[in-house]
Design a protein around this ligand. Structure first.
Ligand SMILES: Cc1cc2nc3c(=O)[nH]c(=O)nc-3n(C[C@H](O)[C@H](O)[C@H](O)COP(=O)(O)O)c2cc1C
Length: 370
């Protein structure tokens, strides 16, 4: 077995076969003028597919609600023009041998920068973060319309030839604003003292999405403990709380949980199984039985990523731990974000063991669609 073989095993998801375990993490690029992905966007994704990625998750692409995006060039996942653009992206990616699904998103009351959407931003309780008012609290009608918009986006994903859909339920955006006690103060059926009560919105979104795509189309859900508003938040403080949170989401229609953390090697509950214990995706899989995707700082050390594994450098933990965890099937897939921004051929380089070619991440590469 070569050092990186656990990464290069195929994976089956319902009827979908992935050629390896490497997923391109969803990454907002804010480079779709008028919300429409064009040739440059298709080419950007095609390059990662040609570079060997198994599954591409698109940048967050927003559902059909006023103020569902927080930057002006985030792509839409609604309307003929944008969907036609996404169809082109899917065809380009398929032509290069990878699978692809859009990450469907509503940014809630978050701020992307100084830009303001055309409509007032919306969230469960009109809060950006605890005690930070922004925008308005959603009405029953808003909530129903938002759930329907998620379902339409999922149906459109299937219709235009995408392989799956990922619902963005992480990082302090709309769905996560319902999960989080700090931003969901509602006293109706969309709020509550417990996380399972505050999960009702996500459950209803997933049920509607599942009903829209049928039983065989894979639906992924991205979740995180942390929020961009506060990296220290933990929605679930124990495995019991995590099971009570994630179990109903799987039951409602999520086939795969994409468990976002900032460093994949951080144990989720070190007080239980130590500093090298199961990570978030590991616990989520153990508790729900659903396949999971992990993520977080893979390959950021550049050449060190492989070299350290071979004993050629310091800091062996990252790749060594990734391979060990994947060989044990602690989780099923690994998403790679920033390393793939800087190097579309990152997967090929890792597969070939080409240490010299690995450069890590350079933030300057965010300036354009490399
Ligand atoms: C430029 C950029 C944009 C991102 N946009 C999104 C997004 O649209 N949706 C999402 O779920 N995560 C987003 N993320 C988080 C990534 O998907 C990923 O979880 C994070 O970068 C950690 O992985 P990495 O260490 O491999 O980069 C973004 C990250 C970056 C760097």
């Amino acid at each position: 077995m070569t050092a990186t073989e656990p990464l290069f095993r195929p994976f089956r998801l319902k009827g979908l076969e992935l050629r390896n375990r490497i997923v391109m993490a969803p990454m907002t690029r804010d480079m779709a003028p008028e919300g429409v992905p064009g040739g440059a966007n298709a080419e950007y994704y095609r390059r990662r597919a040609a570079g060997g990625v198994g599954l591409i998750l698109s940048e967050g692409t927003v559902i059909d609600r006023p103020a569902s995006r927080n930057l002006p060039n985030i792509p839409f996942f609604h309307g003929d023009k944008a969907l036609q653009g996404w169809r082109g992206v899917a065809e380009a990616v398929h032509g290069a041998g990878a699978k692809i699904g859009p990450q469907i998103w509503h940014t809630g009351s978050t701020k992307g920068g100084a830009w303001k959407p055309e409509a007032e931003v919306e969230s469960p309780s009109g809060l950006l973060a605890p005690d930070k008012p922004r925008g308005r609290a959603m009405t029953e009608e808003d909530i129903a319309d938002t759930i329907a918009a998620f379902a339409r986006a999922a149906a459109d994903a299937k219709r235009i030839g995408m392989d799956l859909v990922e619902v963005h339920g992480a990082h302090g955006y709309l769905i996560d604003q319902f999960f989080w006690q700090g931003t969901n103060l509602r006293d109706d059926r969309w709020g509550g003292a417990t996380l399972p009560e505050r999960s009702r919105f996500a459950v209803e979104v997933l049920k509607a999405v599942r009903a829209a795509v049928g039983p065989d189309f894979p639906v992924l859900l991205r979740v995180s403990q942390w929020k961009q508003q506060d990296y220290g938040v933990k929605l679930a403080a124990s495995p019991q709380e995590m099971e009570a949170w994630l179990g109903p989401l799987v039951e409602a229609g999520a086939d795969v949980l994409h468990c976002s953390q900032r460093r994949f090697w951080d144990a989720e509950f070190p007080e239980i199984d130590g500093d090298t214990g199961l990570n978030f995706a590991g616990w989520a899989k153990k508790l729900t039985g659903a396949p999971t995707i992990s993520v977080g700082s893979v390959g950021l050390g550049g050449a060190e990523f492989l070299a350290a594994f071979r004993g050629e450098g310091a800091g062996a933990a990252p790749l060594g731990q990734l391979m060990d965890r994947m060989a044990r099937d602690e989780f099923d897939l690994i998403a790679v974000g920033r390393a793939l921004i800087s190097d579309p051929d990152w997967v090929r380089h890792v597969e070939a063991g080409d240490t010299a070619a690995l450069r890590g991440f350079d933030a300057r590469d965010l300036a354009e669609l490399v």
